[in-house]
Design a protein around this ligand. Structure first.
Ligand code: ADP
Ligand code: MG
Length: 590
């Protein structure tokens, strides 16, 4: 008996939908990209309940004929490629003809569309792949696509959706990835009758400001410098953040041939250009558009993937690195950069953050393979020898005496504490050590409630972008736990009337921005992940900075607090706190 049967189309479409349409954001992406492919210059997005009940995209593009409207929902129906060879020469966004059949398999879709040359348009209604209505209709030129009750027929997937706040944030980040590279197109984004974004036609730079700037204050792009290079292989254009603005809500975007992409390798190129210009957890914003010959990239990948494979990654890495470096140098943001001495470790001088001038000092021998600014999360293979036998604070059952903290701690370059131990010379990174100590305190406060609050004499106002507002609302309670006295002021504003007492002296706005950007990166809803991020960001901001000279008592305090933690060798994000130079190693140097 034959057992192989063809799947009915509706089933095949549902399976495909599982891959192409994972959540409202992926549906939105497909719809808007279709509008752009259709040459629209004005695109309106109307969303209800974070896309659960309605996702509507209205464009003024070329529209569809009656037959095309019907065809568009057939599997692999596309007007964009005709043969396999076309796949390698793609400039449009969609090319598989998979999106619309997938969407209509899992939702109730209503299309209203008309071409300029037609008197009358078409209304088409499809519920779960079944056409339930098709009739002539009067409508403007363009396409009006309503996707209602996404996953209405797949309860499992409906359940799988996150909270409205999270899904809305996903929608917005998808929206940003598109609108940033289409500044010449006018966009509106409305959620539950509230206009979240109204973006008139603009330049690339203006569009960035429209999206990420705060209302009324064009400040975001003031902190960016232009980059531009044209080579045989690649054209690079865009904007990169000044180092002094790094860490305050970094936004990082790569686009290739008008498409958003993730590219960890090119990200590394950008970060390398900032070597020695950033400290701690700071990250610069960047908006980098690349143009390459489409034959040299592989876009025939999974429709939802944003990774793109380049043929010439290494040369492009070098070109990108040089381009960003040149821009940072040209705008005098890095006057003292010495590009030929990669391993040179620059010690930031206190109170000179805006000039990046190394202090006058005697020439010192530097281990060129060690760079404290390297953002590596790798742990060294071998843990330091058991130097901790000296202290052993982690063995409470033995009721040991408190570890004896040596009083001859030496502070080196405002950066490391040199602590003698029986195993050798311990080098303690002072900022990381304190960050770790504070992190433990904050994590504790987050789970056990009230932390000491210091009221501000003059409350401050935190202005937020639309997507950050949502994120902030979700972490507001945790922030209160940790000692922030905050209240929502307006649709995009919070007032800050008190801060954690440990924070005194810091700019609360910049700290909250830092926390936000740190939380934003996780892209998860898991509370404990957020809390770790919040605690870590706050700890990093309140910890003793590099360059601060410590009194003998402060040095002892810090070391003793550190050694009282059960895990004191690495920070929560995996950075080394303590490194030991053994006696043998020392002897070997002579
Ligand atoms: P693809 O975009 O990969 O071709 P889709 O399933 O997204 O596949 O769309 C199928 C076809 O429907 C497109 O090729 C296009 O011809 C037509 N289409 C979809 N959306 C629009 C729109 N907003 N305006 C005009 N035509 C559209
Ligand atoms: Mg498409």
């Amino acid at each position: 008996m034959d057992v192989i049967r063809l799947l009915p189309d509706s089933v095949a479409n549902q399976i495909a939908a599982g891959e192409v349409i994972q959540r409202p954001a992926s549906c939105l992406k497909e719809l808007v990209e279709n509008s752009l492919d259709a040459g629209a210059t004005r695109i309106q997005i109307i969303v209800r309940d974070a896309g659960r009940t309605l996702l509507q995209v209205i464009d003024n593009g070329q529209g569809m004929s009656e037959t095309d409207a019907r065809m568009a929902f057939e599997r692999h129906a596309t007007s964009k490629i005709r043969e396999a060879a076309d796949l390698f020469n793609l400039r449009t966004m969609g090319f598989r003809g998979e999106a619309l059949p997938s969407i209509c398999a899992v939702a109730q879709v209503e299309v209203l569309t008309r071409r300029a040359e037609d008197e009358v348009g078409t209304l088409l209604e499809i519920h779960g792949s079944q056409v339930v209505r098709q009739e002539p209709a009067t409508c403007p030129v363009g396409t009006n696509m309503k996707v209602k009750n996404l996953f209405f027929n797949i309860p499992v997937r409906r359940k799988f959706l996150k909270t409205d706040q999270t899904e809305l944030r996903n929608l917005l980040s998808e929206f940003y990835r598109i609108v940033l590279v289409w500044p010449q197109v006018q966009f509106t984004f409305v959620h539950n009758d509230e206009i979240m974004h109204e973006l008139p036609e603009a330049s690339f730079k203006q569009r960035i400001e429209q999206v990420f700037g705060k209302p009324g204050k064009p400040t975001f792009t003031l902190n960016l410098v232009d980059i531009h290079t044209e080579t045989e292989l690649v054209t690079i254009r865009g904007l990169v953040g000044k180092p002094e603005a790094a860490g305050r809500g970094a936004r990082q975007y790569f686009f290739v041939n008008g498409r958003f992409m993730r590219h960890p390798y090119f990200h590394k190129a950008v970060m390398t250009a900032y070597t020695n210009l950033l400290t701690g957890d700071q990250e610069p914003s960047y908006f980098i558009c690349m143009e390459v010959n489409p034959e040299n990239i592989d876009v025939n990948i999974h429709p939802t993937k944003t990774e793109i494979k380049f043929q010439d990654e290494q040369p492009i890495f070098q070109i990108l690195l040089a381009t960003v470096r040149e821009a940072l140098g040209k705008f005098n943001v890095a006057p003292s950069l010495d590009f030929d001495r990669e391993g040179y470790v620059e010690m930031p001088t206190p109170n000179a953050s805006s000039t990046y001038r190394p202090a006058n000092r005697l020439p010192i021998q530097v281990d060129t393979s060690y760079n404290p600014f390297t953002r590596t999360h790798e742990r060294p293979a071998a843990a330091p020898a058991n130097w901790q036998s000296l202290y052993e604070p982690q063995l409470p059952q033995e009721e040991k005496d408190k570890p004896t903290i040596p009083s001859d701690i030496y502070q080196y370059h405002g950066r490391y504490l040199l602590v003698p131990s029986s195993e050798g010379l311990m080098l303690v990174d002072q900022h990381r050590a304190h960050t770790h100590v504070l992190y433990k305190t904050y994590i504790d406060q987050l789970s056990h409630g009230q932390a000491p609050v210091q009221q501000l004499l003059f409350p401050e106002v935190l202005d937020l972008s639309a997507d950050d507002m949502l994120l902030f609302a979700t972490i507001a309670e945790d922030l209160r736990h940790i000692g922030f006295d905050i209240e929502q002021l307006g649709p995009r504003q919070y007032s800050i009337s008190g801060v954690p007492s440990l924070l005194s002296g810091q700019d609360p706005i910049s700290t909250l921005q830092h926390i936000l950007s740190s939380v934003r990166e996780t892209g998860t809803t898991a509370t404990d992940v957020w809390r770790r991020r919040i605690a870590l960001a706050l700890a990093a901001d309140t910890a003793i900075p590099y360059g601060k000279t410590l009194t003998p008592a402060e040095k002892e305090d810090l070391i003793s607090q550190l050694f009282h933690l059960s895990d004191y060798r690495y920070t929560e994000d995996g950075k080394t706190i303590i490194s030991v130079l053994t006696d043998e190693e020392l002897a070997g140097k002579f």
